[in-house]
Design a protein around this ligand. Structure first.
Ligand code: NAP
Length: 350
């Protein structure tokens, strides 16, 4: 019996591989006593989890940029927690840490596992806990390196970003504005479009749910699209391909419209536009840039501090809500970065 055995860990494990949109039956809820961490290790209490579209891909069998989650394993998820016990040289009791905590209330790591989980202290002076899951976390890093390294924006470029009001999209658009670009968002519904224009300073936003993509691109991108930051794939990618400027760059960040397909992924029909416009389409994976995260955090936290960058997070309460909360990403119910709060009174936004 350890000093932590009074506490119970609750977990969501992958019960089976979903077909289409995940359901509660694809998950198994388990509980077990919390144990002291191994020698040289660390025990973390999860405060909040990052819910990400990529999690849907990790539930599938097959080769990808990261191994799938195995049946019966705790679902992989990034999160932020507080260190409860540590004999690890890098962490002390009370530290706030970010890393791959998994969908569970407590995560215990040996020294090598802590490193594999990317466990790192966060500096609360730079941003709130929810901002560390958003603009200073994985989505912000994706926006920063996808736009700047792959997209290579120049002042005056027209940048189009889909999923504009989401975690990655909100930072892509604001960063492109900071770099002197014209920015056109694409998002689902009037409220999201109004927010990115009125609050975030995008030049325009096209409501794809109102069926306005082709007409909107024609109206707002009269000289064509220099950079398309693609978060959604499918028909919207095809519409943008049809409006490229010469030497356009297309950043393939994600294709959320395809993640729950039961049929094969829809490929781009208009790809010959790349030939005509001498354009480039390039995929990116944020984990390739981990060595440079500190550079991005320094720059983005500076913009947060001077008010040039805003962030919006959508916080759902309670670990038990995990299955339904995750699916919000695919219905578009999330407005901003989707976060699952695990400890009820944790100061996530202070
Ligand atoms: P998010 O945008 O905060 O949330 C997902 C949003 O996708 C929803 O709110 C919804 O917004 C939109 N959406 C859902 N179904 C759609 C559909 N059928 N057609 C068009 N839009 C749809 O998510 P995020 O975390 O920022 O991720 C955005 C994209 O980036 C995802 O594709 C994700 O996989 C990708 N990503 C890639 C990397 C990488 O390293 N390559 C890293 C992080 C994220 P609306 O209400 O506007 O429809």
């Amino acid at each position: 019996m350890t000093e932590f055995a009074q506490r119970t860990n609750r977990q969501f494990r992958l019960a089976r591989r979903p077909v289409g949109m995940p359901t509660r039956d694809d998950w198994q809820e388990t509980s077990e006593p919390v144990e002291a961490p191994p020698v040289g290790g660390v025990l973390v209490q999860t405060l909040a989890l990052s819910l990400d579209p990529a999690m849907r891909g990790w539930m599938n069998e097959g080769k990808s940029y990261i191994a799938p989650v195995g049946i019966g394993e705790v679902m992989r998820a990034g999160g932020i927690g507080r260190v409860l016990a540590s004999s690890h040289a890098g962490f002390s009791v009370g530290d706030l840490v970010a890393g791959a905590l998994g969908v569970q209330a407590y995560a215990s790591f040996g020294p090598a596992e802590a490193s594999r989980a990317g466990l790192a202290r966060i500096d609360r002076r730079l941003g709130t806990i929810t901002q560390w899951l958003n603009v200073l976390g994985m989505p912000g890093m994706t926006a920063y390196f996808g736009l700047l390294d792959v997209g290579q924006p120049k002042p005056g470029d027209t940048v189009v970003v889909s999923g504009a009001a989401g975690a990655v999209g909100q930072t892509v658009g604001q960063l492109a504005k900071i770099k002197g670009c014209r920015v056109v968002g694409i998002a689902g519904g009037r409220a999201k479009c109004d927010w990115v224009v009125n609050e975030l300073g995008f030049d325009a936003c096209i409501d794809y749910k109102a069926g306005q993509v082709r007409a909107g691109l024609k109206e707002h991108c009269p000289r064509g699209v220099d950079i398309y930051f693609d978060n959604v794939g499918g028909d919207i990618l095809d519409e943008v391909l049809a409006r490229l400027a010469m030497h356009a760059r297309i950043v393939i960040c994600g294709a959320i419209s395809q993640y729950n397909n039961t049929a094969p992924v829809q490929g781009p029909r208009n790809y010959l536009s790349l030939l005509v416009h001498r354009a480039r389409m390039q995929g990116m994976v944020v984990f390739d840039y981990t060595d440079r995260f500190p550079q991005a955090v320094a720059e983005l936290s500076g913009y947060l501090r001077d008010g040039r960058l805003k962030s919006r997070e959508d916080v759902v309460q309670g670990l038990e809500q995990f299955p339904e909360a995750l699916n919000r990403l695919f219905t578009g119910e999330n407005f901003g970065k989707l976060v699952l709060q695990v400890v009820q009174d944790a100061p996530l936004t202070a």
